[in-house]
Design a binder for this molecule. Structure first.
Ligand code: ZN
Length: 280
C-alpha cells in the first residue's frame, strides 16, 4: 500500500509530532467494523470495506484535516454466530480495546477524536468508549458512523427520498449496503443472489423500519428472523444509488469533522472549593 498523508500509521513519529503541533490540529478517526455474514450475495468484509473506502476518500478530500487509523476489524457479533465465518468479540473486550486505542491517540495530545463505527451492534459500545476516553483524558471524543445502515443521521434526507425498496429496505446487507458495495467493490457482490428479506418484527413500539423510531432497543439472534443474513431489500440496490450515497457521505463527513474540530476544550470548574467569607 502506498504511503498516504491521511493515514495515521503511515506517518513517521517526527511527522506525527508535527501533526500534533499543527494549528488547527487534524481530527483523528478510529474506525471499528466487523467480520460477519452479509447475505449470500456479499463478503463477510462488507462493514470493514465500506469503512475503509469511505474514510480513505474522506482522508483525501480533507486535505490534512483528518488522520485515519486502520480499521479495528472485529466487534460485538455473538448474535451472528449461526452464520459461518462470523468473528465475535464480547462486549467488555470490545469496549476496553476500542477505548484503549482511542485513549492512546488522546495521550499524544490529539484533542478531537472520532470513533467511526461500521457495524450496528458496536454502536452503544462506541458511545461508551467515547465517554471513557473523555473521562480519562479530558479530550473531545465522539462516536459517529459513515454507514447509513448503522445510523442514517448523516444522510437521512437523501437516503429516505431516493431509496427504491420502500419501508424496511435499509437494515443490514440491505439496499444501502449492497448499493455501496456495487459502487465501491462490485467484484464482492453477486446480484443474482441478492434477496429481499424484511423479516424483522414490526410492532407498535418496536420496529427496525427506518425512519420510524423504536421505543425500545432489542437484539435477537439473526438466524431467528433472517433467512440468509439480509434485513432489507438487497435486490433493490443499484450502483447509481451507491455512488450517490457514497459521494454525499464523503462530502458531509468531512464537513462534520471540521465542525467537530471547532468544539472548544473548555476549562472545568471545581465548585467544591470553599467560598471566601465576605469581608464585613
Ligand atoms: Zn453491514
Amino acid at each position: 500500500m502506498p504511503k498516504h498523508a491521511w493515514r495515521y500509521d503511515h506517518l513517521t513519529w517526527p511527522e506525527m509530532r508535527a501533526a500534533i503541533a499543527r494549528d488547527p490540529q487534524p481530527v483523528v478517526c478510529v474506525p471499528i467494523g466487523a467480520v460477519e455474514d452479509h447475505g449470500a450475495h456479499m463478503s463477510l468484509s462488507t462493514d470493514n470495506d465500506i469503512l475503509e473506502y469511505t474514510l480513505a476518500a474522506c482522508g483525501e478530500r480533507a486535505d490534512g484535516d483528518l488522520l485515519v487509523l486502520p480499521v479495528i476489524p472485529f466487534g460485538l457479533d455473538e448474535h451472528h454466530m449461526d452464520f459461518p465465518g462470523t468473528i465475535a468479540v464480547d462486549i467488555e473486550t470490545t469496549l476496553a480495546y476500542l477505548a484503549q486505542v482511542a485513549t492512546s491517540v488522546a495521550r499524544h495530545g490529539f484533542r478531537h477524536i472520532l470513533i467511526v463505527n461500521g457495524h450496528g451492534s458496536n454502536q452503544s459500545i462506541c458511545d461508551l468508549a467515547a465517554r471513557k476516553v473523555g473521562i480519562a483524558t479530558g479530550m473531545i471524543c465522539a462516536a459517529t458512523t459513515v454507514n447509513a445502515a448503522v445510523d442514517p443521521a448523516l444522510v437521512a434526507d437523501v437516503l429516505n427520498a431516493e431509496r427504491k425498496g420502500g419501508p424496511g429496505s435499509v437494515g443490514h446487507a440491505c439496499e444501502y449496503e449492497t448499493a455501496m458495495m456495487l459502487h465501491l467493490d462490485p467484484e464482492k457482490v453477486d446480484m443474482a443472489l441478492a434477496e429481499r428479506d424484511i423479516g424483522q418484527l414490526k410492532l407498535k413500539y418496536f420496529n427496525w423500519d427506518y425512519p420510524e423510531p423504536s421505543a425500545y432497543a432489542w437484539q435477537d439472534w439473526w438466524s431467528r428472523f433472517s433467512r440468509v443474513g439480509v434485513c432489507g431489500d438487497a435486490a433493490a440496490a443499484t450502483p447509481e444509488f451507491g455512488r450517490r450515497m457514497f459521494e454525499l457521505t464523503v462530502e458531509r463527513f468531512v464537513e462534520l469533522a471540521r465542525e467537530f474540530r471547532t468544539i472548544p476544550l473548555r476549562p472545568r470548574v471545581d465548585h467544591h472549593a470553599p467560598v471566601a467569607p465576605e469581608s464585613p
